[in-house]
Design a protein around this ligand. Structure first.
Ligand code: PMP
Length: 435
Protein backbone atom coordinates (compact mmCIF):
# COMPACT_ATOMS: atom_id res chain seq x y z
CA UNK A 1 0.00 0.00 0.00
CA UNK A 2 1.43 3.40 -0.98
CA UNK A 3 1.68 6.29 1.46
CA UNK A 4 -1.22 7.95 -0.38
CA UNK A 5 -3.41 4.83 -0.22
CA UNK A 6 -2.67 4.52 3.49
CA UNK A 7 -3.61 8.18 4.06
CA UNK A 8 -6.86 7.65 2.20
CA UNK A 9 -7.70 4.49 4.15
CA UNK A 10 -7.11 6.46 7.35
CA UNK A 11 -9.35 9.29 6.07
CA UNK A 12 -12.11 6.75 5.30
CA UNK A 13 -11.79 5.27 8.78
CA UNK A 14 -12.01 8.68 10.41
CA UNK A 15 -15.02 9.55 8.27
CA UNK A 16 -16.83 6.28 9.02
CA UNK A 17 -16.21 6.65 12.76
CA UNK A 18 -17.58 10.20 12.74
CA UNK A 19 -20.73 9.38 10.75
CA UNK A 20 -22.58 6.35 12.12
CA UNK A 21 -26.05 7.81 11.47
CA UNK A 22 -25.25 8.52 7.82
CA UNK A 23 -23.98 4.96 7.49
CA UNK A 24 -27.15 3.55 9.06
CA UNK A 25 -29.33 5.64 6.72
CA UNK A 26 -27.37 4.39 3.76
CA UNK A 27 -27.65 0.75 4.81
CA UNK A 28 -31.41 1.02 5.42
CA UNK A 29 -32.00 2.77 2.09
CA UNK A 30 -30.27 -0.08 0.25
CA UNK A 31 -33.39 -2.19 0.92
CA UNK A 32 -35.41 -0.40 -1.76
CA UNK A 33 -32.95 1.81 -3.65
CA UNK A 34 -30.06 0.31 -5.63
CA UNK A 35 -27.00 1.25 -3.58
CA UNK A 36 -29.29 3.26 -1.29
CA UNK A 37 -29.26 5.95 -3.96
CA UNK A 38 -31.65 7.65 -6.35
CA UNK A 39 -29.22 10.19 -7.80
CA UNK A 40 -25.89 8.70 -8.77
CA UNK A 41 -23.77 11.85 -8.45
CA UNK A 42 -24.42 11.92 -4.69
CA UNK A 43 -22.87 8.52 -4.02
CA UNK A 44 -19.30 7.99 -2.82
CA UNK A 45 -17.48 5.29 -0.88
CA UNK A 46 -17.60 4.19 1.85
CA UNK A 47 -21.11 5.73 2.13
CA UNK A 48 -22.38 9.25 1.46
CA UNK A 49 -23.36 11.79 4.09
CA UNK A 50 -27.05 12.20 4.84
CA UNK A 51 -27.86 15.90 5.01
CA UNK A 52 -30.68 16.76 7.35
CA UNK A 53 -31.03 20.51 7.13
CA UNK A 54 -29.64 23.73 5.74
CA UNK A 55 -29.70 27.39 6.62
CA UNK A 56 -28.05 30.21 4.72
CA UNK A 57 -24.85 28.70 3.35
CA UNK A 58 -24.54 25.97 5.97
CA UNK A 59 -25.76 22.38 6.04
CA UNK A 60 -25.88 19.83 8.83
CA UNK A 61 -25.44 16.10 8.45
CA UNK A 62 -27.32 13.38 10.31
CA UNK A 63 -24.59 13.15 12.94
CA UNK A 64 -24.83 16.84 13.71
CA UNK A 65 -21.72 18.17 11.90
CA UNK A 66 -22.03 21.60 10.34
CA UNK A 67 -20.42 22.38 6.97
CA UNK A 68 -19.97 25.45 4.85
CA UNK A 69 -21.92 24.39 1.76
CA UNK A 70 -19.64 25.17 -1.16
CA UNK A 71 -21.38 22.72 -3.48
CA UNK A 72 -24.59 24.72 -3.72
CA UNK A 73 -26.53 21.73 -5.02
CA UNK A 74 -24.36 21.53 -8.15
CA UNK A 75 -25.45 25.12 -9.00
CA UNK A 76 -29.19 24.70 -8.29
CA UNK A 77 -28.71 26.00 -4.74
CA UNK A 78 -27.59 29.47 -5.76
CA UNK A 79 -29.92 31.14 -3.24
CA UNK A 80 -28.72 29.14 -0.25
CA UNK A 81 -31.13 27.23 1.94
CA UNK A 82 -33.51 29.77 3.36
CA UNK A 83 -33.78 32.89 1.21
CA UNK A 84 -36.60 34.93 2.79
CA UNK A 85 -37.99 36.28 -0.52
CA UNK A 86 -38.24 32.82 -2.04
CA UNK A 87 -39.68 31.31 1.13
CA UNK A 88 -42.40 33.97 1.16
CA UNK A 89 -43.24 33.34 -2.50
CA UNK A 90 -43.49 29.58 -1.96
CA UNK A 91 -45.63 30.08 1.14
CA UNK A 92 -48.01 32.32 -0.81
CA UNK A 93 -48.22 29.67 -3.53
CA UNK A 94 -48.92 26.93 -1.00
CA UNK A 95 -51.62 29.04 0.61
CA UNK A 96 -53.37 29.31 -2.75
CA UNK A 97 -53.47 25.57 -3.28
CA UNK A 98 -51.34 23.40 -5.57
CA UNK A 99 -52.07 21.19 -8.61
CA UNK A 100 -54.77 23.53 -9.90
CA UNK A 101 -55.57 21.83 -13.26
CA UNK A 102 -55.11 24.98 -15.33
CA UNK A 103 -53.01 27.92 -16.41
CA UNK A 104 -51.86 30.06 -13.51
CA UNK A 105 -51.40 33.82 -13.25
CA UNK A 106 -47.62 33.63 -12.84
CA UNK A 107 -46.23 31.48 -15.68
CA UNK A 108 -46.55 34.24 -18.29
CA UNK A 109 -44.80 36.73 -16.00
CA UNK A 110 -42.06 34.25 -15.17
CA UNK A 111 -41.51 33.44 -18.85
CA UNK A 112 -41.37 37.16 -19.69
CA UNK A 113 -38.79 37.71 -16.93
CA UNK A 114 -36.67 34.81 -18.21
CA UNK A 115 -36.92 36.06 -21.79
CA UNK A 116 -35.97 39.59 -20.75
CA UNK A 117 -32.98 38.25 -18.89
CA UNK A 118 -31.88 35.84 -21.65
CA UNK A 119 -32.85 37.61 -24.89
CA UNK A 120 -31.89 34.56 -27.00
CA UNK A 121 -35.08 33.05 -25.61
CA UNK A 122 -37.52 35.01 -27.76
CA UNK A 123 -40.01 32.30 -26.85
CA UNK A 124 -39.53 29.57 -24.28
CA UNK A 125 -41.22 26.69 -22.61
CA UNK A 126 -40.82 25.34 -19.11
CA UNK A 127 -39.95 21.75 -18.24
CA UNK A 128 -39.23 19.96 -14.97
CA UNK A 129 -35.49 19.51 -15.34
CA UNK A 130 -32.47 20.47 -17.37
CA UNK A 131 -32.48 16.97 -18.83
CA UNK A 132 -35.96 17.47 -20.21
CA UNK A 133 -35.07 20.93 -21.49
CA UNK A 134 -32.17 19.51 -23.50
CA UNK A 135 -34.25 16.59 -24.76
CA UNK A 136 -36.83 19.08 -26.01
CA UNK A 137 -34.20 21.36 -27.55
CA UNK A 138 -32.76 18.43 -29.47
CA UNK A 139 -36.23 17.32 -30.56
CA UNK A 140 -36.89 20.86 -31.75
CA UNK A 141 -33.67 20.79 -33.76
CA UNK A 142 -34.26 17.44 -35.43
CA UNK A 143 -37.83 18.47 -36.23
CA UNK A 144 -36.81 21.85 -37.65
CA UNK A 145 -33.93 20.59 -39.77
CA UNK A 146 -35.24 17.15 -40.75
CA UNK A 147 -31.74 15.88 -39.90
CA UNK A 148 -30.66 13.31 -37.35
CA UNK A 149 -27.07 13.86 -36.23
CA UNK A 150 -26.06 15.79 -33.13
CA UNK A 151 -22.53 16.91 -32.33
CA UNK A 152 -21.71 16.82 -28.62
CA UNK A 153 -18.40 16.80 -26.73
CA UNK A 154 -16.59 14.24 -24.64
CA UNK A 155 -17.09 15.05 -20.96
CA UNK A 156 -20.25 17.04 -21.70
CA UNK A 157 -23.26 16.56 -19.47
CA UNK A 158 -26.72 17.58 -20.62
CA UNK A 159 -28.82 15.38 -18.35
CA UNK A 160 -29.32 11.81 -17.23
CA UNK A 161 -30.15 10.65 -20.78
CA UNK A 162 -27.57 12.91 -22.41
CA UNK A 163 -24.35 12.12 -20.58
CA UNK A 164 -21.03 12.10 -22.42
CA UNK A 165 -18.46 11.39 -19.73
CA UNK A 166 -16.15 8.81 -21.35
CA UNK A 167 -17.95 9.40 -24.65
CA UNK A 168 -21.50 8.31 -23.73
CA UNK A 169 -23.77 6.16 -21.59
CA UNK A 170 -25.87 3.05 -22.23
CA UNK A 171 -28.95 4.93 -20.99
CA UNK A 172 -28.58 7.84 -23.43
CA UNK A 173 -31.42 8.59 -25.83
CA UNK A 174 -30.76 7.12 -29.26
CA UNK A 175 -29.93 10.24 -31.24
CA UNK A 176 -27.15 9.83 -33.78
CA UNK A 177 -24.44 11.42 -31.67
CA UNK A 178 -21.07 12.44 -33.00
CA UNK A 179 -18.70 13.03 -30.07
CA UNK A 180 -15.98 15.65 -30.48
CA UNK A 181 -13.18 16.87 -28.22
CA UNK A 182 -13.90 20.05 -26.27
CA UNK A 183 -11.76 23.05 -27.23
CA UNK A 184 -10.26 21.14 -30.17
CA UNK A 185 -10.62 23.53 -33.11
CA UNK A 186 -9.06 21.40 -35.85
CA UNK A 187 -10.73 18.11 -34.90
CA UNK A 188 -14.11 19.78 -34.44
CA UNK A 189 -13.88 21.56 -37.78
CA UNK A 190 -13.18 18.23 -39.45
CA UNK A 191 -16.20 16.61 -37.76
CA UNK A 192 -18.43 19.53 -38.68
CA UNK A 193 -17.37 19.40 -42.31
CA UNK A 194 -17.70 15.59 -42.47
CA UNK A 195 -21.24 15.60 -41.09
CA UNK A 196 -22.42 18.96 -42.44
CA UNK A 197 -25.18 17.51 -44.64
CA UNK A 198 -27.03 15.63 -41.92
CA UNK A 199 -26.16 17.60 -38.80
CA UNK A 200 -29.26 18.76 -36.92
CA UNK A 201 -27.51 20.48 -34.04
CA UNK A 202 -24.42 21.11 -31.98
CA UNK A 203 -25.22 20.86 -28.27
CA UNK A 204 -22.54 22.39 -26.07
CA UNK A 205 -21.97 23.81 -22.60
CA UNK A 206 -20.16 27.18 -22.76
CA UNK A 207 -18.18 25.91 -19.76
CA UNK A 208 -17.77 22.15 -19.46
CA UNK A 209 -19.51 21.95 -16.07
CA UNK A 210 -19.77 18.44 -14.62
CA UNK A 211 -16.82 17.55 -16.84
CA UNK A 212 -14.49 19.71 -14.73
CA UNK A 213 -15.44 23.41 -15.00
CA UNK A 214 -13.39 24.00 -18.13
CA UNK A 215 -14.23 27.22 -19.94
CA UNK A 216 -14.96 26.82 -23.62
CA UNK A 217 -12.36 28.90 -25.42
CA UNK A 218 -13.96 31.84 -27.23
CA UNK A 219 -12.50 30.86 -30.64
CA UNK A 220 -13.78 27.31 -30.20
CA UNK A 221 -17.34 28.42 -29.38
CA UNK A 222 -17.23 31.01 -32.18
CA UNK A 223 -16.20 28.28 -34.60
CA UNK A 224 -19.30 26.31 -33.61
CA UNK A 225 -21.47 29.36 -34.29
CA UNK A 226 -19.95 30.05 -37.71
CA UNK A 227 -19.97 26.46 -38.91
CA UNK A 228 -23.51 25.60 -37.77
CA UNK A 229 -24.74 28.71 -39.52
CA UNK A 230 -22.89 27.69 -42.67
CA UNK A 231 -24.27 24.15 -42.77
CA UNK A 232 -27.83 24.79 -41.62
CA UNK A 233 -27.54 23.08 -38.24
CA UNK A 234 -28.74 24.68 -35.02
CA UNK A 235 -26.40 25.79 -32.27
CA UNK A 236 -27.78 24.92 -28.83
CA UNK A 237 -26.07 26.37 -25.76
CA UNK A 238 -26.76 24.37 -22.62
CA UNK A 239 -26.59 27.18 -20.07
CA UNK A 240 -28.11 25.11 -17.27
CA UNK A 241 -25.01 25.87 -15.18
CA UNK A 242 -23.43 28.82 -16.97
CA UNK A 243 -26.45 31.12 -17.16
CA UNK A 244 -25.50 32.31 -13.66
CA UNK A 245 -22.21 33.78 -14.90
CA UNK A 246 -23.61 36.98 -16.38
CA UNK A 247 -27.03 38.63 -16.56
CA UNK A 248 -27.66 37.08 -20.01
CA UNK A 249 -25.64 33.92 -19.50
CA UNK A 250 -22.07 33.18 -20.56
CA UNK A 251 -23.11 33.74 -24.19
CA UNK A 252 -23.34 37.49 -23.57
CA UNK A 253 -19.76 37.53 -22.24
CA UNK A 254 -18.69 35.79 -25.44
CA UNK A 255 -20.90 37.76 -27.80
CA UNK A 256 -22.27 34.58 -29.35
CA UNK A 257 -25.99 34.06 -29.91
CA UNK A 258 -27.12 30.45 -30.23
CA UNK A 259 -30.33 29.41 -32.00
CA UNK A 260 -31.66 27.68 -28.91
CA UNK A 261 -30.59 27.59 -25.29
CA UNK A 262 -31.52 25.63 -22.22
CA UNK A 263 -31.80 26.54 -18.57
CA UNK A 264 -32.30 24.62 -15.35
CA UNK A 265 -31.14 24.47 -11.77
CA UNK A 266 -31.24 27.79 -9.88
CA UNK A 267 -33.59 29.62 -12.27
CA UNK A 268 -36.55 27.91 -10.57
CA UNK A 269 -35.54 29.40 -7.22
CA UNK A 270 -34.53 25.97 -5.92
CA UNK A 271 -37.63 24.09 -7.10
CA UNK A 272 -37.62 21.51 -9.95
CA UNK A 273 -36.98 23.48 -13.09
CA UNK A 274 -35.95 23.47 -16.72
CA UNK A 275 -36.61 25.62 -19.78
CA UNK A 276 -35.77 25.54 -23.46
CA UNK A 277 -36.20 28.38 -25.86
CA UNK A 278 -34.73 30.53 -28.56
CA UNK A 279 -35.58 31.76 -32.02
CA UNK A 280 -39.22 32.68 -32.38
CA UNK A 281 -39.62 30.79 -35.68
CA UNK A 282 -38.38 27.55 -34.09
CA UNK A 283 -40.33 27.80 -30.84
CA UNK A 284 -43.54 28.89 -32.54
CA UNK A 285 -44.12 25.28 -33.59
CA UNK A 286 -45.28 24.71 -30.01
CA UNK A 287 -48.05 27.33 -30.33
CA UNK A 288 -51.21 25.25 -29.85
CA UNK A 289 -53.24 27.70 -31.94
CA UNK A 290 -51.37 26.67 -35.06
CA UNK A 291 -52.79 24.00 -37.36
CA UNK A 292 -49.32 22.38 -37.57
CA UNK A 293 -48.68 22.72 -33.85
CA UNK A 294 -46.50 20.15 -32.14
CA UNK A 295 -47.52 19.18 -28.63
CA UNK A 296 -45.17 19.64 -25.70
CA UNK A 297 -46.71 18.44 -22.47
CA UNK A 298 -45.69 17.95 -18.86
CA UNK A 299 -48.00 17.85 -15.86
CA UNK A 300 -45.65 19.92 -13.73
CA UNK A 301 -44.33 22.32 -16.40
CA UNK A 302 -46.26 25.18 -14.78
CA UNK A 303 -46.39 23.88 -11.22
CA UNK A 304 -47.26 26.72 -8.90
CA UNK A 305 -44.31 26.29 -6.55
CA UNK A 306 -41.69 26.61 -9.30
CA UNK A 307 -43.49 29.45 -11.02
CA UNK A 308 -43.71 31.43 -7.77
CA UNK A 309 -40.19 30.65 -6.56
CA UNK A 310 -38.61 31.23 -9.96
CA UNK A 311 -40.33 34.54 -10.58
CA UNK A 312 -39.30 35.86 -7.16
CA UNK A 313 -35.78 34.50 -7.53
CA UNK A 314 -35.08 35.98 -10.94
CA UNK A 315 -36.75 39.34 -10.46
CA UNK A 316 -36.14 40.13 -6.78
CA UNK A 317 -33.09 38.13 -5.73
CA UNK A 318 -30.74 37.25 -8.59
CA UNK A 319 -30.86 40.64 -10.25
CA UNK A 320 -28.31 41.47 -12.98
CA UNK A 321 -26.23 43.42 -10.43
CA UNK A 322 -26.17 40.50 -8.00
CA UNK A 323 -25.26 38.11 -10.82
CA UNK A 324 -22.25 40.25 -11.75
CA UNK A 325 -21.21 40.49 -8.08
CA UNK A 326 -21.36 36.72 -7.57
CA UNK A 327 -19.21 36.15 -10.65
CA UNK A 328 -16.69 38.68 -9.34
CA UNK A 329 -16.60 36.95 -5.92
CA UNK A 330 -15.95 33.61 -7.63
CA UNK A 331 -13.15 35.11 -9.72
CA UNK A 332 -11.56 36.56 -6.59
CA UNK A 333 -11.80 33.19 -4.84
CA UNK A 334 -10.15 31.40 -7.79
CA UNK A 335 -7.34 33.97 -7.83
CA UNK A 336 -6.73 33.52 -4.07
CA UNK A 337 -6.73 29.74 -4.40
CA UNK A 338 -4.28 29.88 -7.28
CA UNK A 339 -1.95 32.08 -5.21
CA UNK A 340 -2.00 29.54 -2.37
CA UNK A 341 -1.35 26.68 -4.80
CA UNK A 342 1.49 28.55 -6.45
CA UNK A 343 3.11 29.31 -3.09
CA UNK A 344 2.91 25.62 -2.18
CA UNK A 345 4.21 24.55 -5.60
CA UNK A 346 1.53 21.87 -5.60
CA UNK A 347 0.38 19.92 -8.68
CA UNK A 348 -3.12 21.35 -8.35
CA UNK A 349 -5.16 23.30 -10.90
CA UNK A 350 -8.19 25.44 -10.05
CA UNK A 351 -10.34 25.82 -13.15
CA UNK A 352 -13.69 27.43 -13.82
CA UNK A 353 -15.37 30.74 -14.46
CA UNK A 354 -16.95 33.10 -11.94
CA UNK A 355 -18.75 31.21 -9.19
CA UNK A 356 -18.05 27.78 -10.76
CA UNK A 357 -14.74 26.22 -9.72
CA UNK A 358 -13.10 22.81 -9.85
CA UNK A 359 -9.92 21.28 -8.48
CA UNK A 360 -7.71 18.98 -10.54
CA UNK A 361 -4.54 17.31 -9.30
CA UNK A 362 -2.63 17.95 -12.50
CA UNK A 363 0.49 19.84 -13.50
CA UNK A 364 -1.19 21.95 -16.17
CA UNK A 365 -4.70 23.34 -16.64
CA UNK A 366 -6.98 20.83 -18.39
CA UNK A 367 -8.62 21.86 -21.70
CA UNK A 368 -10.82 18.80 -22.24
CA UNK A 369 -12.15 15.61 -20.65
CA UNK A 370 -9.08 13.52 -21.45
CA UNK A 371 -6.88 16.04 -19.61
CA UNK A 372 -9.24 15.89 -16.61
CA UNK A 373 -9.06 12.08 -16.61
CA UNK A 374 -5.28 12.27 -16.19
CA UNK A 375 -5.72 13.96 -12.80
CA UNK A 376 -4.70 12.06 -9.67
CA UNK A 377 -7.95 10.44 -8.49
CA UNK A 378 -6.64 9.37 -5.07
CA UNK A 379 -5.39 12.85 -4.19
CA UNK A 380 -8.74 14.28 -5.25
CA UNK A 381 -10.52 11.84 -2.97
CA UNK A 382 -8.21 12.66 -0.06
CA UNK A 383 -8.79 16.37 -0.69
CA UNK A 384 -12.55 15.82 -0.45
CA UNK A 385 -12.41 13.93 2.85
CA UNK A 386 -9.83 16.27 4.38
CA UNK A 387 -11.86 19.35 3.48
CA UNK A 388 -15.01 17.69 4.84
CA UNK A 389 -13.13 17.06 8.06
CA UNK A 390 -12.29 20.76 8.21
CA UNK A 391 -15.98 21.67 7.76
CA UNK A 392 -16.16 22.40 4.02
CA UNK A 393 -18.60 20.53 1.80
CA UNK A 394 -17.80 20.42 -1.90
CA UNK A 395 -18.53 17.88 -4.60
CA UNK A 396 -16.69 14.59 -4.30
CA UNK A 397 -15.39 15.28 -7.80
CA UNK A 398 -13.85 18.55 -6.63
CA UNK A 399 -16.42 21.07 -7.78
CA UNK A 400 -17.49 24.27 -6.03
CA UNK A 401 -20.54 26.37 -6.94
CA UNK A 402 -20.85 29.46 -4.77
CA UNK A 403 -24.24 30.41 -3.42
CA UNK A 404 -25.33 33.95 -2.57
CA UNK A 405 -25.09 33.63 1.23
CA UNK A 406 -21.38 32.70 0.99
CA UNK A 407 -19.44 35.80 2.02
CA UNK A 408 -15.84 36.90 1.46
CA UNK A 409 -14.96 35.74 5.00
CA UNK A 410 -16.25 32.24 4.14
CA UNK A 411 -14.14 32.25 0.98
CA UNK A 412 -11.10 33.33 3.00
CA UNK A 413 -11.67 30.49 5.49
CA UNK A 414 -11.88 28.04 2.59
CA UNK A 415 -8.64 29.34 1.08
CA UNK A 416 -6.97 28.87 4.49
CA UNK A 417 -8.31 25.30 4.66
CA UNK A 418 -6.93 24.51 1.20
CA UNK A 419 -3.57 25.99 2.26
CA UNK A 420 -3.62 23.82 5.40
CA UNK A 421 -4.36 20.73 3.28
CA UNK A 422 -1.45 21.54 0.98
CA UNK A 423 0.88 21.97 3.95
CA UNK A 424 -0.28 18.87 5.79
CA UNK A 425 -0.15 16.65 2.69
CA UNK A 426 2.99 18.13 1.20
CA UNK A 427 4.92 14.86 1.06
CA UNK A 428 2.07 13.07 -0.74
CA UNK A 429 1.71 15.93 -3.21
CA UNK A 430 5.39 16.00 -4.05
CA UNK A 431 5.37 12.22 -4.63
CA UNK A 432 2.55 12.71 -7.13
CA UNK A 433 4.59 15.19 -9.16
CA UNK A 434 6.25 13.70 -12.21
CA UNK A 435 10.06 13.88 -12.11
N1 PMP B 1 -27.14 20.42 -18.37
C1 PMP B 1 -26.12 20.71 -17.56
C2 PMP B 1 -25.00 21.55 -18.08
C3 PMP B 1 -26.11 20.23 -16.25
O1 PMP B 1 -25.09 20.52 -15.45
C4 PMP B 1 -27.20 19.46 -15.80
C5 PMP B 1 -27.26 18.93 -14.39
N2 PMP B 1 -26.07 18.71 -13.75
C6 PMP B 1 -28.24 19.18 -16.68
C7 PMP B 1 -28.18 19.69 -17.95
C8 PMP B 1 -29.40 18.35 -16.26
O2 PMP B 1 -30.23 19.03 -15.40
P1 PMP B 1 -31.22 18.21 -14.44
O3 PMP B 1 -30.36 17.55 -13.41
O4 PMP B 1 -32.14 19.25 -13.90
O5 PMP B 1 -31.93 17.22 -15.30
Amino acid sequence: MSELQAALAEAHRRYADANPTSRARHEAACAALPGGNTRTVLYYDPFPLAITRGEGCHIWDADGHRYLDLLGEYTAGLFGHSDPVIRAAVRRALDGGITLSGHGMLEGHFAAAVSARFPTMELLRFTNSGTEANLMALATATMATGRRKVLVFDGGYHGSLLAFAHGGSPVNVPHEFVVGTYNDMAGTLELLRTHSDDLAAVLVEPVLGSGGCIPGEPEFLSLLRAETEACGALLIFDEVMTSRLAPGGRQTLLGITPDLMTLGKYVGGGMSFGAFGGRRDLMARFDPRRSDAVAHSGTFNNNVLTMAAGLAAMTEVYTPEIAAALTARGDRLRTSLLEVVERAGAPLQVTGAGSLLAFHFLDAPPRNAADVARGDALLKELFFFDLLDRGFHLARRGMVALSLPVQDADCAAFVDAVAAFLAERESLLSCAKPA
